[in-house]
Design a protein around this ligand. Structure first.
Ligand code: ATP
Ligand code: MG
Length: 404
């Protein structure tokens, strides 16, 4: 992509009300824009990052037999009354009436909707298990919609739902999802702790959260020295002095829900022994928009964002230090085309502006590799990683080899 055509331009100053690092940097670098508190546009750069995060999630969901689909966001009141969550989750729901006074809610989750799908389509144990997921918007009336894109009132979630004929089968699958989540967050490049927590408005049972250690986090988690697993403050028992603790950001949460939803909503199936039984149910969420913000919180410096190659909006940032029409411009345009031919995703700063401004933008946007072509680089190209101070002069073929 030509940077001269990228929308919008970067900003020198962060918005006045921006407190968190992710808010300041993602807005300045042109990844997101705030419409109102908790409501964000994912701009072209931001959408590229989200697309990459979603693809990693998608691959790991498919690897454990998940099937992707898409569910509606406008839900009738009646279905939420079946479980009592119309009242129980009142505080976080955005409720609305149409001109005939019929009541609706904008989706804050989809358990009830999936349960309705199951009872329309599942009759026998032979129809189980089921594992279905979607990526879509969630609406939650968050009291404190601050902390940038970490806490939206409207945000993206991947939610997976699974239904099983027995508790053992649910637990076995729950462990598989736990492993898949560990793979996802490892592939994304996070260090994280699997944390035992409460179930909120979803369940009375324990759940597991995936927590990334960061001062920007709103949760506090505790673990014993040397332990891989942690517990959330809300369920900590015993003496806090025996534990290490840290602030953390919850990026994922998995829920072994049991038969509660099926009992409330009459989702019974005929088992192998002929008896009618309620289905065993689990739900599993990750917030890709929060994941993007979390990455910025844990990976930046005073100049800007530092993406890794897994979720960077581009593989490489090519900078031509030129005035248009000069040799340098022609040469960098040739290199741009060669990179594209080799399936390398490149942002090409083709603008007719000074070197200082180009480098500052490059550090702010944070693509892992920067290539500079100038009248000093001859037939070579200056190659520099975002995390490194040193650069080296390489020929294009070497660079293509490195990037592929
Ligand atoms: P929190 O405790 O931070 O309010 P939650 O426990 O209510 O989150 P879940 O219902 O477990 O959230 O949602 C699953 C995932 O969706 C979370 O792990 C997180 O990644 C994401 N998520 C939840 N709420 C938000 C939000 N307001 N903005 C952005 N992402 C969110
Ligand atoms: Mg949660």
């Amino acid at each position: 992509m030509l940077q001269s055509q990228l929308f919008p331009k970067t900003k020198k100053e962060a918005p006045k009300d921006a407190e968190s690092v992710n808010h300041k940097l993602l807005v300045r670098a042109g990844f997101i824009d705030q419409l109102m508190a908790g409501s964000w546009t994912l701009l072209p750069l931001g959408w590229r990052v989200i697309t990459k995060i979603n693809q990693i999630i998608r691959e790991e969901m498919n690897a454990i037999g998940g099937h992707e689909m898409l569910m509606p966001l406008l839900h009738p009141k009646a279905i939420w009354n079946e479980t009592g969550r119309w009242d129980k989750a009142n505080e976080i729901m955005y409720k609305l009436k149409d001109i005939h006074d019929k009541e609706y809610v904008l989706s804050f989750t989809h358990e009830e909707i999936v349960m309705d799908l199951l009872r329309k389509n599942i009759n026998s144990y032979k129809d189980l298990p089921v594992s279905i997921y979607h990526f879509s918007t969630k609406f939650r009336n968050e009291l404190r919609a601050k902390n940038g894109i970490l806490r939206g009132r409207e945000f993206m979630m991947k939610d997976l739902y699974s239904a099983h004929a027995s508790e053992e089968d649910l637990i076995e699958y729950y462990e598989k999802v736990k492993e898949a989540y560990s793979k996802i967050f490892t592939r994304l490049g996070f260090s994280f702790k699997i944390t035992k927590a409460s179930g909120g408005v979803f369940t009375d049972k324990f759940t597991h959260e995936f927590q990334v250690l960061s001062e920007a986090g709103e949760d506090t988690i505790y673990w014993k020295e040397g332990d891989k697993k942690a517990v959330n403050e809300e369920i900590l028992e015993g003496n806090k002095k025996d534990y290490k603790s840290a602030k953390a950001i919850e990026v994922g949460n998995i829920f072994p829900l049991g038969t509660w939803y099926a009992e409330k909503m009459g989702m019974n199936f005929t088992d192998a022994d002929g008896a009618r039984k309620p289905v065993w149910f689990g739900s599993y969420g990750i917030g890709p928009t929060r994941v993007m913000g979390t990455w910025v919180e844990v990976s930046h410096d005073d100049k800007g964002i530092i993406w890794n190659k897994e979720i960077s909006p581009f593989d490489v940032h090519l900078i031509g230090l030129n005035g248009k029409g000069e040799d340098v411009y022609k040469r960098s345009l040739e290199i741009y085309k060669k990179l594209l031919e080799n399936k390398i995703d490149v942002l090409f700063d083709d603008r007719d502006i000074g070197a200082g401004e180009k480098f500052a933008d490059s550090d702010l946007i944070g693509i892992p590799v920067r290539l500079v072509v100038s009248n000093k680089t001859g037939d070579k190209i200056e190659y520099k990683e975002r995390t490194s101070k040193e650069s080296k002069l390489l020929i294009l073929e070497e660079i293509i080899k490195k990037l592929r």
